[in-house]
Design a protein around this ligand. Structure first.
Ligand code: 3PY
Ligand code: MG
Length: 264
């Protein structure tokens, strides 16, 4: 059975850098898998992706030596079950704001005795290049569980959330976090409340043995966060890179590129 190198690195206290696939399409999955990012998160929360397009992307990413993750649209048993059963190696769950919500994620994503994940499907085992029996026996050791902290309620409850057994990483959604503070959405800012929230999540993650992660806009921000000790870094998205570059080119040619669209 293949093993999840991203989970292994994070558990060993190492960092791992990936990006988002916000234009879910098997061709983009193939192309982005060979750019050097260690993992790709197929975006099902804010994109037009269906479970079918996601299921087509996961095996291509896994076969390319990259780790396929999925951001589910919402924290529910159905969403988590379907991306894992169609071959994602991990989940990123948005807006986990309480201990009960964190427990629900673990319950949906881990097989017994750690959770209550329902048994079924074929693609999960196929994407780990193994048989169903081995997958069922080993999946709890390989599936990466990432909870997003992206609301003031999550910051308030962060110790209760991160002390739930079975969580691998906490991942800051800076845009939603700013929005929940009635600030303009941004990947980064000087705002003291935002920065205090980051410090609180980081300290709690370290205390609970959970990898601290954050979404950033570009390489410079990624380097700064890595230097600060953040371990799971997503740099923008394939659509962000594309729009950035297109805007840069049209601007340099005086064609009026606006470069103002979101980067993930
Ligand atoms: C946010 O910034 O809100 C995100 O969800 C990034 O992934
Ligand atoms: Mg968000």
């Amino acid at each position: 059975m293949k093993t999840n190198s991203v989970r292994a690195k994070l558990r060993a206290g190492e960092s791992s850098v990936g990006t988002w696939l916000a234009l879910p399409d098997p061709i983009f999955a193939k192309l982005m898998s060979s750019t050097g990012f260690e993992w790709l998160t197929v975006e099902l929360e804010h994109s037009h992706a269906t479970i079918e397009t996601a299921a087509l992307c996961f095996p291509i990413i896994a076969a390319s030596g990259c780790v396929p993750l999925a951001r589910v649209p919402y924290n529910s048993v159905e969403n988590i079950k379907r991306v894992l059963d169609t071959g994602a190696w991990g989940i990123v769950v948005p807006m986990v704001n309480s201990r009960a919500e964190a427990e629900a994620v673990v319950k949906a994503a881990r097989y017994r005795p750690l959770g209550e994940r329902s048994v079924g499907g074929q693609l999960h085992a196929a994407n780990f290049a193994t048989d169903a029996g081995t997958y069922y026996a080993k999946a709890n050791d390989e599936i990466l569980i990432v909870l997003m902290a992206e609301h003031v309620d999550a910051i308030e409850n962060i110790d209760d959330i991160l002390s739930v057994p079975g969580i691998d990483a906490v991942f800051i959604g800076p845009n939603d976090l700013h929005a929940s503070m009635d600030l303009a959405p941004a990947f980064d800012s000087e705002d003291p409340t935002f920065n205090a929230a980051l410090k609180k999540v980081y300290a709690s993650a370290v205390a609970h043995g959970v990898a601290p992660g954050i979404h950033v806009a570009n390489a410079a921000q990624a380097k700064r966060r890595l230097d600060e000790g953040w371990k799971m870094i997503a740099v923008a998205s394939e659509v962000g890179f594309m729009l950035d570059k297109a805007g840069e080119i049209t601007k340099s040619l005086g064609l009026g590129g606006n470069g103002t669209l979101a980067k993930y």
